[in-house]
Design a protein around this ligand. Structure first.
Ligand SMILES: [Zn+2]
Length: 378
């Protein structure tokens, strides 16, 4: 039993409205307007917050006297639509309890949960005290400019739930990630006399062919991690018989607690030196950067509130787990130190065609989060 019940049909209607508005990173303003208008219609006071990607976050603070502060967070941007959708990705298609649509699960359903929870807590202020902050951010699928803007205001919160899709376990830890541009500089020469120059393509190719074995991701007992090479470029776009002087590769590496970008660069540089290449290697860290995060505190008031609430609503406490994926939870917890986990409606095929959300999980998810908020905000 929860103090809060939600209408699955209202949740679905709201989800359809959000999915219908295309919101690739860099074009979230239109869907944020839909979110803000709805909040206003429900009696909340939405604010637009500028972000570095030029598109606003939407915030709504519900102040209810002294007490703790809880942040509810979700992102409204989606990845780009890939080929192969069976329906219009923005129109979506409902089949029984499944709704197919771009961003339906990742994570407009989670944003709907937060909208509904914010309204219910605003309507039932006698049941809790403190502050609830609703936040709908931009750019999570690219550079997380929305979450960075939110944190740059000096936001103080005692706990945070990100409603990313993960219904069967709440995610309390994940690796961070660092993106590194590796550059090799050689020496140009006529291509028929390669011994007169230094071929940057060959030198960097030797490096990237071995780097994942030579500088493997660090092992962590709970947090998975990986590393790979994303791109490799060398030579001029036009065909000429010239030895390439420059070569570049992008390496993405997941980092575990205690590991920093500086340490990674140092290891890559050491491995490059060990190759005794005639080329010169440099390494630069590029955005986006995410620290790893872990919030594994079973006795924390926030953890206990969530366990009790999920037990009451779902009949069993939601277990905790770890994923290899990176999200804004990495910033809220790993950077800002806010106790945080993510949990939201059940979803599948995200970042692919036929992305779906299980509509039967949206209202129960809202009930659990509203009840968690009520118990934590005391
Ligand atoms: Zn997401």
């Amino acid at each position: 039993m929860s103090h809060f019940d939600f209408s699955p049909e209202e949740a679905f209607a709201l989800l359809q409205r959000l999915v219908a508005v295309r919101s690739y990173p860099g074009e979230e303003a239109a869907v944020q307007q839909v979110v803000a208008t709805w909040l206003q219609e429900q009696g909340l006071i939405p604010e637009f917050q500028p972000t570095a990607n030029g598109q606003p976050n939407v915030l709504a603070r519900i102040e209810n006297g002294p007490g703790p502060t809880l942040l509810l967070n979700g992102h409204v941007d989606t990845v780009l639509a890939v080929e192969g959708w069976n329906c219009d990705p923005w129109q979506g298609e409902r089949r029984d309890d499944y709704f197919y649509g771009l961003g339906a699960g990742d994570m407009k359903a989670g944003v709907v949960v937060n909208m509904l929870v914010a309204r219910e807590l605003a309507r039932h202020k006698s049941a809790w005290r403190g502050t609830l902050i609703f936040s709908s951010v931009t750019d999570e699928e690219a550079y997380s400019q929305g979450a960075h803007a939110l944190l740059a205001t000096g936001l103080q919160a005692d706990a945070c739930i990100v409603t990313e899709p993960s219904f069967d376990q709440a995610i309390i830890g994940a690796p961070g990630k660092v993106l590194i541009r590796a550059r090799a500089t050689g020496k140009a020469a006529h291509g028929f006399y390669p011994w007169q120059g230094i071929n940057a393509a060959i030198e960097l190719a030797r490096f990237i062919a071995q780097v994942c074995d030579a500088v493997p991701p660090l092992h962590h007992p709970r947090i998975p991690s990986s590393q790979t090479v994303l791109s490799f470029h060398s030579g001029s776009a036009q065909y000429v018989i010239t030895l390439p002087e420059q070569a570049e590769a992008l390496i993405t590496r997941q980092i575990v607690p205690g590991e920093t970008a500086e340490q990674v660069v140092e290891k890559l540089q050491d491995f490059a030196n060990s190759l005794q290449s005639p080329a010169h290697f440099t390494f630069a860290v590029e955005p986006p950067y995410y620290p790893s995060f872990e919030f594994a505190e079973p006795d924390h008031r926030f953890t206990r509130a969530f366990c009790t609430a999920s037990q009451q609503v779902l009949g069993a406490a939601v277990p905790f787990g770890y994923v290899p994926g990176v999200s804004d939870a990495n910033l809220f917890n790993g950077q800002a130190g806010i106790p945080c986990f993510y949990w939201g409606p059940r979803c599948g095929n995200f970042h692919q065609c036929q992305e779906w959300v299980d509509l039967a999980t949206i209202a129960p998810c809202a009930s659990v989060i509203a009840e968690t908020a009520r118990q934590f905000l005391q």
